[in-house]
Write a protein that binds this ligand. Structure first.
Ligand code: NAD
Length: 499
């Protein structure tokens, strides 16, 4: 059995606590590795050595830091297939989807190569007699990133990239479900030239997380995961004066107007509802057709598409639409919610409750499910299912559809499918949700914009990646300077690099 490690001071370090968690291959249900769960003392030591490494990294000029990230991008591309294979084996998603996971993370690292430009400060010449004022962005120091299982490459990269580019040292606590890719990223960062100690990976559970939250050295905490934990992390981190951004769960609605291209809407719903087995915070889990006729036409288009979906292990190659869910508990939870939908009166139009994959009977596979006539009081509507389950809530009018999405406690993403620019524009303006798609089902902004929801999908003020991440990972310092006289030195005639 493979025993995973932590990554401390530029090398793999075995766990010392004696506590481990099993890492499964979700396709087979077998335990393929065990990951150490750090004790508080191990976390404290990792944080202390990050603190020792940070000042030199923070003082390294931003262009040199960016060059490390530039090389990191090359290495990520070089090892893309190897990373994707490991990612799929622990998460269960298909290989093309695993490559997408790495690619969307890598794009944020590409954005961070522009750090020298993004970190430029402000300057006011002659703010008063002989007085200049300038503002600079300085790193926070040591920051922690506590990450979820569902994007084991992308989520860490979204945080580690900007944090390092800004001159911070980072302690990453990956999900204990799929910790191997984060460890591989650490190795690649060292190969790219990152000094030892600037990036630490501490594997663990609540004990490790709470130690990070209570550390007096950690200055900033980024969290991505479920809403209950996000809220907990935010309050505990901010209670000790840390800067925190905590991203939580979602329930994303896709509104289908009567004038929408119904084939396009159905394709969009199937891809965004069932891709990655629905284990995406931007998965569409609620279809809202406006009008009964629209609903009937939509269901008619959806059913054959869903029935055709191929569920299988990542090893089956490109011919699989989605894989298993992450754990046996997740599978049971999802099946329990499906049953609650039936019990509470929703109509299960595509029913795969008895889905079994031959040869993979112990895998955590859940077949695709489609509900119609779901109502807002039902558990399947209120809860983030995080599985391959699409619920249809029929709305009588556009205003009713809009209100439905607005009244839901989550506000991560949403979309509207229509040919009418006026409706689309009204929707984008009025909806209280952070990311909006117009005829685009999963509106994940690219790296140079920012990613973040509203309402219970976020605790904190600044979004992930893009310019917001540079604000989050830096503090502004403003200097007001008066120089009564200056030293006049002789000229410098050599063209020098800024070393
Ligand atoms: P999770 O909340 O179970 O775990 C996230 C992290 O928190 C893990 O590192 C875990 O070890 C740690 N953790 C879990 N319980 C803890 C506790 N009691 N105390 C301290 N730390 C704890 O989430 P998950 O199942 O890994 O990820 C899925 C969730 O993440 C979904 O709700 C999904 O919507 C959300 N998500 C949100 C975004 C976003 O940007 N909003 C992106 C991806 C995933």
């Amino acid at each position: 059995m493979q025993e995973l490690s932590h990554w401390i001071d530029g090398k793999a370090v075995n766990g010392a606590s004696g506590r481990f968690a099993d890492v499964f291959n979700p396709a087979t249900g077998e335990v393929q590795a065990r990951v150490p769960l750090a004790a508080a003392a191990e976390v404290t030591a990792a944080v202390a050595s990050a603190a020792a490494a940070q000042p030199a990294w923070g003082a390294t000029n931003p262009q040199r830091r960016a060059r490390v990230l530039m090389e990191f991008v090359r290495l990520l591309n070089r090892d893309m297939n190897k990373l994707a294979e490991v990612l799929s084996s622990e998460h269960g998603k298909t290989l093309p989807d695993a490559r997408g996971d790495i690619q969307r993370g890598l794009e944020v690292i590409e954005f961070c190569i522009g750090a020298p430009h993004l970190l430029k400060g402000e300057y006011t010449d002659n703010a008063g007699p002989g007085i200049d004022i300038y503002s600079m962005r300085q790193p926070l120091g040591v920051v922690a990133a506590i990450m979820p299982f569902n994007f084991p490459a992308m989520m860490p990269l979204w945080h580690v990239g900007p944090a390092l580019a800004c001159g911070n040292a980072v302690v990453l606590k990956p999900s204990e479900r799929d910790p191997s890719v984060p460890l591989m990223l650490a190795e690649l960062l060292v190969e790219a030239g990152l000094p030892a100690g600037v990036f630490q990976v501490v594997n663990g559970d609540k004990e490790a997380v709470d130690t990070l939250l209570d550390s007096e050295i950690i200055q900033g905490v980024s969290f991505v995961g479920s809403t209950a934990i996000a809220q907990y992390i935010y309050s505990r981190a901010t209670a000790s004066g840390k800067r925190a951004q905590c991203f939580g769960g979602a329930k994303n609605h896709l509104i289908v107007m009567p004038d929408a291209d119904m084939d396009q809407a159905a394709d969009a719903l199937v891809g965004s509802g069932f891709g990655a087995a629905g284990e995406r915070c931007m998965a569409v889990s609620v279809a809202v057709p406006v009008g009964n006729d629209t609903a009937d036409r939509l269901i008619e288009k959806l059913v054959p598409r869903i029935e055709k979906l191929k569920v299988g292990p990542y090893t089956a190659g490109e011919d699989v639409d989605f894989g298993p869910v992450v754990t046996r508990e997740a599978k049971e939870r999802i099946l329990g919610l499906i049953q609650s939908g039936v019990d509470q009166g929703a109509k299960l139009v595509v029913d795969n409750r008895d889905f079994r994959l031959q040869g993979y009977e112990d895998g955590f596979f859940v077949g695709p499910h489609l509900f119609d006539h779901v109502t807002p009081e039902m558990d399947i509507y209120r809860t983030e299912i995080f599985g391959p389950v699409l619920s249809t809530v029929r709305a009588g009018s556009y205003e009713e559809a809009l209100k439905l999405a607005m009244d839901h406690e989550y506000g991560n993403g949403t979309a509207i499918f229509t040919r009418d620019g006026d409706t689309a524009r009204d929707f984008a303006n009025r909806i209280n949700i952070g990311m909006v798609g117009v005829n685009v089902p999963i509106p994940v902004p690219l790296a140079y914009h920012t990613f973040g929801g509203w309402k219970k999908s976020v605790f904190g003020d600044l979004n992930q990646h893009g310019p917001d991440s540079f604000r989050f990972y830096t503090r502004t310092k403003t200097v007001t300077a008066r120089w009564p006289s200056g030293l006049k030195e002789g000229g410098e005639f050599h063209f020098k690099a800024m070393d």
